[in-house]
Design a protein around this ligand. Structure first.
Ligand code: DOR
Ligand code: ZN
Length: 343
């Protein structure tokens, strides 16, 4: 196949940042996706409906003329989030999920949840109102090996949570392990998962073999090949519980290339092209449309996009870097070749 037309996709997990940094990266997403679930881990985080509204306005104001893009906003869950805020969020019609970060698990998660039991009243309201809970599914316990943090989260946090709130709609975000694939498959229809392009394309050798590669460091961290293969199997199976979420997470070059580098891989510049590569390598191009454009709207109970996009099998070179506010960012596949091009 040299030409592929699919329904215009959506990105169900995206970091857009704010201000000049957002203005630097936004077009990469709006050129490819019709909608995106926008992560609330700004500094300070988006903890109220009011803050989400003004963030949405800033995103729309930063869109280039003629861009057709709808940001789907989220709230950042803290120990102090009130059930009334969830009700307000639902009534606003602009908030599509509430993001749970275990405190200390990742970028700007310091104000995340310190003890999940503090959120029971909020989860109860979310369950009633059908407001999705978007999980960063890793424990932040320093005693747990970084490669085991997702697997342990499922056992220690997620299973008891679902027992207590059996109807709560949950997206296990950016899954990276065969255990997560298995858990999502075995759960009810109200539990879905997003999968990134980088976790489909890379295993942990990409960070550590032949020298340390800070631009391949993200959280959850890349895992062993057997886990990557489980993710490939999940997306090629056509199971509607799995859908596209890039987790594209831009950071300034100097914050990545550092003695203590930030977590995050930037993929927005070639997001759908990278997924196409992964599906093509798995001989599953016929499943891409469903994964990228059908399963997400199905889970979020939103209409599918009407437009289409077309990709051609044509080589192009990824720039070495892109502007990022006053600095630069290094994209995935920096200076390398892509085999699919968006036209
Ligand atoms: O790699 C990551 N980067 N993982 C996250 O959970 C957060 C994200 C970010 O905001 O940079
Ligand atoms: Zn993320």
């Amino acid at each position: 196949m040299t030409r592929l037309t699919i329904t215009r996709p959506d990105d169900w997990h995206l970091h857009l940042r704010d201000g000049d940094e957002m203005r630097s990266v936004l077009a990469h997403t709006t050129q490819r996706f019709a909608r995106a679930i926008v992560m609330p881990n700004l500094s300070p985080p988006i903890v109220s409906v009011e803050a989400a509204h003004s963030y949405k306005k800033r995103i729309l104001a930063a869109c280039s003329k003629g861009a057709r893009f709808e940001p789907l906003m989220t709230l950042y869950l803290t120990d102090n989030t009130k059930p009334e805020e969830i009700k307000k969020a639902k009534e606003s019609g602009a908030i599509y999920g509430v993001k749970y970060y275990p405190a200390g698990a990742t970028t700007n998660s310091d104000l995340g949840v310190t003890d999940i039991n503090k959120c029971a009243a909020v989860f109860s309201a979310m369950e009633k109102l059908r407001m999705p809970l978007l999980l960063h599914g890793e424990v932040s316990d320093p005693d747990v090996d970084i490669f085991d943090r997702e697997r342990i989260f499922i056992d220690r946090i997620l299973m008891p949570l679902l027992q207590q709130f059996p109807e709560l709609r949950i997206v296990l975000e950016h899954i990276t392990t065969k255990e997560a694939v298995h858990f999502v498959k075995a759960s009810g229809k109200h539990v879905g998962a997003t999968i990134t392009a980088h976790h489909l394309l890379l295993n942990r050798n990409a960070i550590l073999a032949g020298g340390i590669k800070p631009h391949h460091y993200c959280l959850p961290i890349l895992k062993r090949e057997e886990h990557r293969l489980a993710l490939i199997e999940a997306v090629s199976s056509g199971n509607p519980k799995f859908f596209l979420g890039t987790d594209s997470a831009p950071h300034a070059k100097e914050h990545k290339e550092s003695a203590c580098g930030c977590a995050g891989i930037y993929t927005a510049h070639a997001a759908i092209e990278l997924y196409t590569e992964a599906f093509s390598a798995a001989n599953a191009l016929d499943r891409l449309d469903a994964f990228a454009s059908v399963h997400g709207p199905l889970f979020y109970e939103l209409p599918r996009n009407q437009e289409t996009i077309t990709l051609v099998q044509e080589s192009w070179e990824v720039p070495k870097d892109y502007a990022f506010g006053a600095s630069k960012l290094i994209p995935l596949r920096t200076g390398g070749k892509m085999s699919w091009k968006l036209i």
